[in-house]
Ligand binder design. Structure first.
Ligand SMILES: [Zn+2]
Length: 472
């Protein structure tokens, strides 16, 4: 009996040793790459083309949620349902990659109830308390940013005022906020404009279609006391939604260059905000009027089966604007929104639409659109040599592996194909080969539950930890 147990333990130890031997250094993996390919030196040179989306997907979609009226309670309910796979009050978690946005400050005097128990707008979940430097939800927001549940800065805070009269925003607040984020290792790439004309740090649409409405935007004006784009460049922001409503759903590319008043450029991106309708107002002629779909009650319109089919048919991108935590409802989302999200998750499971957080969709869009590569051929092997990304706004750069997630090529035989970046082969564990594609893996799924209920709970040791690496 004792001996049998000893043998059993010996077997376990041997198994553990084998398991430990598995991880490979880059050079070993390169050898593995070549030896595992069973190269046929007579195999002809292949025709290579860049796929629009990671295999097998036909389209890509992001849900971009603005932080208006968010409370910690609603944020946790939303992201436990969307991002994890646990049982939640809205149903089994969907495991989708949906990120969110946040406010640094609350300088609003609008009179709204934002949650149950008559919670006023003064209790909105912001990084700092009011417009002070005192931390409010800052530690929790940092935790969510590092976890990936937040990837977007929503203006420089919530500065909407009644009647858009005046503002509590100052450049000093932006300086302090950006310094704080950078000191905590946070680099965010996406910025979205918020609210009414009191939000002077908004930028990106000044002069757009000669529309005087956008004159309030001073964020990119170096002569304005509300100038912020120099600070945002240091933070790493390279994509902005410039407060321009849009009714186009499917795009071949979501990004367009914006020339800022400080002489620099930045990528703008489009969001689907609703439909533009011709309506008759009493005592007025016919006028165009936006019907916004960015309240959860209209999420089912943004995820309507017809629109999703159009997205797939046209192999497009879409970014839908939302305010997932925008209503003061106990269950946060109405049934129609929950049903639409469940259907969307099924479409991802079936390999049709890849749901990605906004920052990932935009980076992928940029890299895929401007990727330059050459192919070469040696003794049966076709080499796809990635040279650089010819980014016309921020300048040409050589992508690192983390910037190549999802890049996929269509070939005849991926077993006779190698991808390199400037001549260095991509390690085999970063590659995904299917019958006729070879590509760099998409981001690993992360369905961990990062929800915390208070700053105190966070301090008690519930701190962010990177999840183990596991690929699709
Ligand atoms: Zn907003």
């Amino acid at each position: 009996m004792v001996r049998a147990l000893q043998i059993f333990l010996l077997l376990i130890t041997a198994g553990a040793a084998l398991a430990l031997a598995k991880p490979m250094s880059p050079t070993q993996s390169t050898q593995h790459e070549h030896t595992s390919m069973h190269i046929n030196p007579g195999y002809p040179r292949q025709v290579v083309s860049l796929r629009k989306f990671p295999y097998p997907f036909q389209a890509m979609l992001a849900i971009e949620s603005d932080a208006d009226h968010v409370t910690l309670r609603k944020f946790n309910l939303i992201h436990e349902f969307l991002n994890t796979t646990i049982d939640t009050p809205m149903g089994r978690g969907l495991g989708l990659d949906v990120s969110d946005s946040f406010f640094l400050y609350n300088g609003s005097n609008l009179r709204y109830t934002i949650d149950t128990n008559h919670t006023p707008l003064a209790k909105e979940m912001t990084f700092f308390k009011g417009v002070s430097q005192q931390l409010y939800y800052g530690p929790i927001l940092l935790h969510y940013i590092k976890a990936g549940w937040i990837d977007t800065i929503h203006s420089m805070g919530d500065f909407s005022r009644i009647g858009a009269r005046g503002t509590l925003f100052t450049r000093a607040e932006a300086v302090y906020g950006m310094r704080y984020l950078m000191a905590h290792g946070v680099r965010l790439t996406v910025f979205t404009d918020h609210g009414n004309q009191s939000n002077r740090a908004n930028f990106g649409a000044y002069g757009y279609q000669d529309n005087a409405f956008f004159d309030y935007q001073q964020g990119d004006n170096p002569y304005s006391p509300y100038y912020v784009t120099d600070l945002l460049r240091k933070e790493g922001v390279r994509f902005v939604w410039a407060d321009i409503y849009n009714n186009q759903y499917s795009y071949s590319s979501m990004i367009y260059p914006i020339h800022l008043r400080d002489g620099h450029s930045i990528w703008g991106f489009w969001r689907f905000t609703g439909t533009l309708n011709l309506i008759k107002r009493p005592d007025h002629p016919w006028v165009y009027d936006w019907h916004d779909f960015w309240n959860p009650y209209d999420l089912y319109r943004e995820l309507a089966p017809g629109l999703l089919q159009q997205l797939i048919r046209t192999h497009g991108y879409t970014i839908i604007a939302q305010h997932l935590e925008g209503n003061p409802n106990r269950f946060v989302l109405p049934t129609s929104a929950i049903e639409s999200l469940v259907r969307l998750a099924h479409m991802q499971d079936h390999g049709l639409i890849l749901v990605a957080r906004t920052s990932r969709l935009l980076l992928y869009n940029l890299v895929q659109q401007y990727l330059r590569y050459r192919t070469s051929y040696t003794r049966g092997v076709t080499y796809i040599n990635i040279e650089d990304v010819a980014d016309p706004v921020d300048g040409t750069f050589i992508p690192d592996r983390n910037q190549l997630h999802g890049i996929t090529f269509v070939v005849q035989d991926p077993r006779q194909t190698v991808i390199t970046v400037r001549g260095r082969p991509i390690p085999v564990q970063w590659l995904k080969r299917t019958a006729h594609t070879i590509g760099i893996v998409w981001y690993p799924p992360n369905t961990a539950n990062y929800a915390v209920n208070s700053n105190a709970a966070l301090r008690r040791g519930l701190t962010f930890e990177a999840i183990p690496f596991a690929w699709y």
